[in-house]
Design a protein around this ligand. Structure first.
Ligand SMILES: O=C(C[C@H]1NCCC[C@H]1O)Cn1cnc2c(c1=O)CCCC2
Ligand SMILES: [Mg+2]
Length: 490
């Protein structure tokens, strides 16, 4: 289309940078790694937020808001894992011309902000479970190349932080939340994900175990961590002394979870579904699902043109009444061609073309953005058809993405072909002995034997293929204990 000068298969990174601007999602900002979320993108974040917020409230989670500033003493309370993140922490060191006595950190995540207060609030088993969530921004001064939505120095997310009296309750909730993340991707963003457990090397170091939903970006062949739900065990309870008097009068430490998803979800969706004409939005998150474009021609009398506008306005009204988010583009300062290109760049799922001839025949044309198929319908059938198409397009986009994802996962039982598969933009399932050393070895070998970047484990899928007794780990030859999914990743 007019807006994109780079084709997706030519240079995926350049294509993506253009498509997020041409689709009117973001504007660049004068501070590196920061982006402006324009209304077209923010509305999509709101759809995801609306769904997830409603669902966690069903799980009796309550929203709250904690300060974005963290004292150095609190931030450094969790020595072990903070040090390898330290370079990412942004600090406020002065106000006006006056240096602060003690620098203050900007939250990169809120465990250390919240948990000293959890320790104050949780005294008795009657104070449990405590389930809080906040929708907010966080700042991480990343040094890797920033990518809109995927990696930015400030991003929006929700972070849930819960405390229970038993590990069993944590284990249940971890998976309930992970299922909600799967639904965010598969039911709203039409992006298939692999739910699974992170390896010891890849998990959140401060926690007990990490579960994740992993997506696949065909354009780059990379895996991407979609959202994470961690069981923290009692690690933070020990650190912050979050203990309570249990029913028998004894003292116990709480068990905790923390879970988050971010605006990265949107970037993954744009990468998976976008094409050379721009964004392709799944109807569930499309701010406009049907754009109605009347195409008057010069031969029409004024009253005929007036009639067309009235009918087109009526179409929008009827679509809205049926729950289809529609908009009328009858601006007289743009040509139909310009409008087609404009709304294709923005990824609007359906375009309704209404021309002079349609006025006589009482028809209009629906053009699908995903398949580009066109169909002529009677105007009285338009609303019903668009409602049906919203569901059909959502389903078709998901199935198409799943087929492509499945075609790009190969299984290997030895190192042979591993690098070739990575270079062919594949993800790789292998039998594995599940040790940190073997994962380090794969990272080292994949760095040494290719220029495309190291491979890491994305997750140990909960859905495990059969593992024949005696199967060997693909890299160490030791007995394999599971199948694991490898890939280059964002
Ligand atoms: O943020 C988490 C764990 C947890 N935080 C709450 C939401 C879910 C989950 O992401 C891990 N983590 C990632 N990145 C960083 C930190 C960190 O703790 C701390 C310092 C800066 C960078
Ligand atoms: Mg990070």
């Amino acid at each position: 289309g007019l807006g994109l000068s780079t084709k997706r298969d030519e240079d995926f990174g350049a294509w993506y940078s253009q498509v997020v601007v041409a689709g009117d999602l973001i504007d660049y900002y004068d501070i590196s790694g920061c982006y402006i979320l324009k209304p077209w993108a923010y509305a999509q974040w709101e759809y995801l937020k609306e769904f997830f917020d409603r669902e966690i409230k069903e799980l009796e989670v309550e929203n709250c808001y904690f300060p974005m500033f963290v004292s150095a003493s609190r931030l450094e309370a969790e020595k072990d894992h903070i040090e390898d993140f330290a370079p990412e922490v942004a600090w406020v060191t002065r106000s006006g011309n006056t240096d602060l006595e003690v620098p203050i950190a900007v939250r990169p995540t809120s465990e250390t902000v919240m948990y000293p207060h959890y320790a104050q609030w949780i005294r008795s088993h009657r104070d449990l479970p405590l389930r809080l969530n906040q929708w907010c921004n966080v700042v991480r001064w990343e040094f890797k190349h920033p990518t809109p939505f995927i990696r930015s120095r400030e991003f929006l997310w929700q972070e849930g932080h819960t405390a229970y009296s038993s590990k069993a309750e944590c284990d249940v909730e971890v998976r309930q939340i992970l299922e909600l993340y799967r639904r965010v991707y598969e039911e709203y963003l039409a992006v298939p994900v692999v739910p699974g457990k992170k390896s010891e090397k890849e998990k959140f170091a401060g926690g007990d175990y990490t579960t994740t939903v992993e997506a696949y970006v065909p354009g780059s062949g990379r895996g991407v961590q979609g959202a994470t739900s961690h069981c923290l065990g009692q690690n933070f309870a020990k650190m912050f002394n979050i203990e309570y008097e249990d029913a028998k009068g004894g003292r116990s430490l709480v068990w905790q979870n923390s879970w988050g998803f971010t605006t990265r979800t949107l970037g993954v969706m744009y990468m998976v579904h976008g094409d050379d004409d721009g964004l392709v939005l799944p109807p569930k998150v499309a701010p406009v699902q049907a754009i109605v474009i009347p195409i008057p021609n010069s031969k029409l009398s004024d009253e005929a043109k007036q009639k067309m506008d009235e009918i087109a306005t009526g179409m929008c009204k009827s679509l809205k009444a049926a729950g289809v988010r529609s908009k009328l583009d009858n601006r007289d300062n743009y040509t139909p061609g310009w409008k087609y290109n404009h709304w294709e760049l923005k990824g609007v799922p359906m375009r309704v073309e209404f021309g002079a001839r349609d006025l006589e025949t009482g028809t209009c044309v629906i053009a699908r953005r995903d398949t580009r198929e066109k169909e002529t319908v009677k105007i009285e059938d338009l609303t019903k058809r668009c409602s049906e198409l919203c569901e059909q397009i959502q389903k078709d986009m998901f199935e198409r993405a799943r087929k492509i994802r499945d075609e790009n996962i190969v299984s290997l039982t030895s190192w042979d072909g591993f690098i070739e598969a990575l270079d062919a933009k594949k993800l790789i399932m292998t039998p594995w002995c599940n040790t940190k050393d073997s994962e380090e070895l794969v990272k080292k070998k994949s760095t040494a034997e290719s220029t495309g970047g190291a491979a890491k484990t994305l997750c140990i899928p909960f859905e495990q293929p059969a593992l024949e007794a005696g199967t060997k780990c693909f890299i160490t030859g030791e007995p394999a204990t599971c199948w694991v999914l490898w890939g280059r990743s964002y």
